[in-house]
Design a protein around this ligand. Structure first.
Ligand code: CP
Length: 336
C-alpha cells in the first residue's frame, strides 16, 4: 500500500518526531558533506499550479542531495488542465517517476492525484494546508526553545491561512498550546478546528481563537503570515484595513508578551511593513530564515522516508546481470 504525505492529521505524534529527528540527522550530514545517496536514480515530478520559491528550491535541492532529481512541471507547459485530466496525469507520472509533488489551488486536486497514483504523493501547499511548512516550523521550534513541546504556546496573529491550519493540526498532535488572534471575520473555520480536534481530542482545551490582543501575554512564539494571498489581491484594501494596525507584528507586540525570550516566526514570503515590520523580521528574535533553511532538511526526511519504502534494493548479482545484458545488447547494436 502506497503512503502519501498530504496532511499532518494522518501522522502520529511518534511519526512526526521520527521525521524531525531524521531531518536533524540530514542537517548534520549536510554540514559534513556526507549525505547518503538514498534516492540515487530516483525522480520526483513536481506540479506547481501556483508560484513558489522556498518549497520548490528545497524539494529540488533535497532530491539532488539524495542522489535523485526533480522535474518542475507547470500546467500550461504540460498537458494537464488543457488536454489531459488529473487522473491520467497521475497515472502517467506514476509510470515515469518515483514520486509526485503537487502545489494546488484546491486541496481536492491533491487528494484526486493521490487516488490514482501508484507512487507517493507529496502535498506542497493547497488552499487547506501546508504540512511540510508545519514540520519545518516544529523542527525550528525544537532547535530554538529549550522547553518540552507540551509547555510551549504558539500564537498565530492574522488570517486563517493554510499555514495557520497546519500549525493548528501539528499543535494538536504534539500538545502545543495554539492561539489565533485576528479579526473575527478571518478566524479559523469551525470545520478545520473540528478536524484538528478529532485527530487528538485530549488537547482541545489548548486552543483559543480570539480577536483580543491581550492573550498575547506569556506566549513563547508569535507567528504571522501574509494578509492576502495571490487570489486575494482584489481584497487588498479591505484586508489591510481589517488587520492594520491592531494585528501588525511590531516591537510593541513583542514587548506586550512580557516574555524576554519571545520568538518570532513567519513562513515567508513576507509583506514587509504590513503583517510584520522589518525591525521584527530581521531582528534577533526572528526565526523566519532558519525556518526556510529547515525546509530543506524536512523535505530530505520526507522524500527519503516515503520514497525509500518504494525502493527495491537490488543485490550486487542482479546489478551485474543487468549491466552485462545491457552492455551486450549495446555492443550487438553497434556491432563492436
Ligand atoms: N513558505 C512557502 O511555502 O514559501 P514558497 O511559497 O516560496 O514556497
Amino acid at each position: 500500500m502506497i503512503k502519501h504525505f498530504i496532511d499532518i492529521n494522518s501522522l502520529s505524534k511518534k511519526e512526526i518526531f521520527e521525521i524531525i529527528d531524521l531531518a536533524i540527522m540530514f542537517k548534520k550530514a549536510k554540514k559534513d558533506e556526507a549525505i547518503p545517496q538514498i534516492l540515487k536514480g530516483k525522480s520526483l515530478a513536481m506540479i506547481f499550479e501556483l508560484p513558489s520559491s522556498r518549497t520548490r528550491v528545497s524539494f529540488e535541492n533535497a532530491m539532488t542531495l539524495l542522489g535523485g532529481h526533480a522535474l518542475y512541471l507547470k500546467p500550461g507547459e504540460i498537458h494537464l488542465g488543457s488536454r489531459e485530466i488529473l487522473e491520467d496525469t497521475s497515472k502517467v507520472l506514476s509510470r515515469l517517476c518515483d514520486g509526485i509533488f503537487m502545489r494546488a489551488w484546491e486541496h481536492n486536486s491533491i487528494i484526486e492525484l493521490s487516488n490514482h497514483a501508484t507512487v507517493p504523493v507529496f502535498n506542497g501547499l493547497s488552499d487547506y494546508n501546508h504540512p511540510t511548512q508545519a514540520l519545518a516550523d516544529v523542527m525550528t521550534i525544537i532547535e530554538n526553545i529549550d522547553k518540552d513541546i507540551k509547555d510551549i504556546d504558539l500564537t498565530f496573529i492574522g488570517d486563517r491561512t493554510n499555514v495557520c491550519n497546519s500549525l493548528l493540526n501539528i499543535s494538536m498532535k504534539l500538545g502545543m498550546g495554539f492561539k489565533q488572534i485576528g479579526p473575527k471575520k478571518y478566524h479559523m473555520k469551525k470545520e478545520v478546528i473540528e478536524e484538528a480536534v478529532k485527530a487528538n481530542p485530549k488537547y482541545k482545551k489548548s486552543i483559543l481563537i480570539t480577536d483580543n490582543m491581550k492573550y498575547i501575554k506569556g506566549t513563547d512564539i508569535i507567528y504571522t503570515d501574509l494578509w492576502w494571498w495571490i487570489d486575494q489581491e482584489v481584497e487588498k484594501e479591505i484586508r489591510k484595513n481589517a488587520f492594520m494596525d491592531k494585528y501588525q507584528v511590531n516591537i510593541e507586540k513583542l514587548n506586550k508578551t512580557k516574555n524576554p525570550n519571545i520568538k518570532f516566526m513567519h513562513c515567508l514570503p513576507a509583506n514587509r511593513e504590513m503583517e510584520v515590520t522589518s525591525e521584527v523580521l530581521d531582528g534577533e528574535n526572528s526565526l523566519a530564515f532558519m525556518q526556510t533553511e529547515n525546509r530543506l532538511y524536512i523535505q530530505m526526511a520526507l522524500l527519503s522516508h516515503y520514497m525509500y519504502q518504494q525502493k527495491q534494493l537490488s543485490s550486487d548479482e542482479t546489478i551485474k546481470k543487468h549491466k552485462e545484458d545491457i552492455y551486450d545488447q549495446l555492443k550487438r547494436m553497434t556491432k563492436i
